[in-house]
Write a protein that binds this ligand. Structure first.
Ligand code: HEM
Ligand SMILES: *[C@@H]1O[C@H](CO)[C@@H](O)[C@H](O)[C@H]1NC(C)=O
Ligand SMILES: *[C@@H]1O[C@H](CO)[C@@H](O)[C@H](O)[C@H]1NC(C)=O
Ligand SMILES: *[C@@H]1O[C@H](CO)[C@@H](O)[C@H](O)[C@H]1NC(C)=O
Length: 330
């Protein structure tokens, strides 16, 4: 008899799950703008291409901007908002100030879109599409992007300071920040592979060169010739804002050299090289260093997860007219 009373319960449970599942991402859709803004893909591609032609680093910068958007209050374009009387935004939070870049490219895309299809495409969707586009144009994998995210109405400097990972944090702290967003340890390893492109300023790794963990000595794990190189690029008393490639084997190519570097102790950030000091993550690094297509496949899957964190849909949020500020009447 127990099985008889269980069956309706299971049926109800099943129905609830199937009703709720579409609600999570059900309002995002691959063809969301197909009718309202068919030129969207071309406008994204053209602007990203011309921005890259002017400044090859913009690929890395746009990818990072998308990450920093999604990690603070979800993917809602909050990282694009300037400070106002109502809130201190994320642009000036410690991980972002004098560091994140690429705002002009997003603004240019938005301006073109407002001419072609006004009040239609959200800033957060522009950022999400641009991040995919730069990876493809840098030789990395393609992934399909669900669309229909709406722009948030606020931003938080405090949340950005608390939630974005720091290169000085140990792996378990970084992993916990990813777990808070619904990402796992594999996503940490896979998404860190984004450091196969772009640059870092001296201050983000300098303590490895001169005073690792207050030892008064360099990080013993760092490859010796790389150490000498970095010490000459970033002398102890030299400028902290000077930049050097995160992956100097192939600065602008989205490949798996990041993992090959980690295998021979030439990762740039402490938080990069730390992936080798945990056996679980070290095994993943090894696999990605050997099999680029495994990395591409997993990177695409993790980017889809990243782009779906805390999205606003339906009546939540708005479609901003200008990406740097919310619309006060709509
Ligand atoms: C796992 C924790 C992470 C830490 C601790 C971290 C830290 C950093 C730091 C310190 C920089 C250099 C910033 C500067 O010097 O101005 C940087 C750059 C960069 N990060 Fe990360 N990052 C992490 C994860 C990610 C993820 C998940 C992505 C993207 C999916 C990403 C993409 C990038 C890119 C592309 C750059 C270069 C940006 C440019 O050249 O403009 N990072 N990261
Ligand atoms: C070209 O790139 C530089 C940074 O390298 C930037 O300052 C400038 O605004 C860019 N120009 C255009 C037209 O995008
Ligand atoms: C990359 O770093 C290695 C190790 O420090 C160095 O020998 C090499 O010259 C660097 N290559 C480039 C292209 O900067
Ligand atoms: C580290 O690995 C890269 C990629 O395999 C290789 O090109 C580089 O020479 C290696 N560097 C050292 C110091 O072994």
């Amino acid at each position: 008899m127990a099985s008889r009373s269980l069956l309706p319960c299971l049926t109800v449970l099943f129905c609830m799950i199937s009703i709720m599942a579409p609600l999570t991402f059900g309002q995002l859709d691959y063809s969301y703008y197909d009718r309202a803004c068919p030129v969207l893909p071309r406008i994204i591609r053209w602007n990203v291409w011309s921005a890259l032609r002017n400044d090859s680093r913009i690929a890395a910068s746009l990818l990072r901007l998308h990450f920093h958007d999604c990690f603070v209050n979800g993917c809602d374009g909050s990282v694009l908002l300037d400070d106002t009387n109502d809130f201190k935004g994320e642009k000036n939070a410690a991980p972002n100030r004098n560091s994140v870049r690429g705002f002009e490219t997003i603004d240019n895309i938005k301006a073109d879109l407002e001419r072609a299809c006004p009040f239609t495409v959200s800033c957060v969707d522009i950022l999400t599409l641009a991040a995919r586009e730069v990876v493809v144009m840098s030789g990395g994998p393609f992934w399909p992007v669900l669309l229909g995210r709406r722009d948030g109405l606020t931003a938080s400097e405090k949340a950005a300071n608390e939630q974005l990972p720091s290169p000085f944090e140990p792996l378990d702290k970084i992993a916990a920040k990813f777990t808070d967003k619904g990402l796992n340890l594999r996503d940490v390893v896979v998404l860190s592979g984004a450091h196969t492109i772009g640059f870092a300023q001296c201050f983000t790794f300098k303590r490895r060169l001169f005073n690792y963990q207050d030892s008064g000595k360099p990080d013993p794990l760092l490859d010796y010739s790389m150490l000498l190189n970095l010490q000459s690029t970033c002398p102890e008393e030299g400028p902290n804002s000077k930049i050097t490639p995160l992956d100097n084997q192939s600065v602008t190519r989205f490949d798996n050299a990041y993992y090959r570097n980690l295998m021979n102790n030439t990762g740039l950030l402490e938080s990069d090289q730390a992936l080798m000091s945990n056996s679980e993550t070290a095994d993943m690094v090894k696999a990605y260093s050997l099999y680029p297509y495994l990395f591409y496949q997993d990177f695409a899957a993790s980017m889809v997860k990243l782009g779906n964190i805390g999205v606003l849909t339906g009546e939540s949020g708005q479609i901003r007219k200008v990406c740097g500020s919310v619309n006060y009447y709509y």
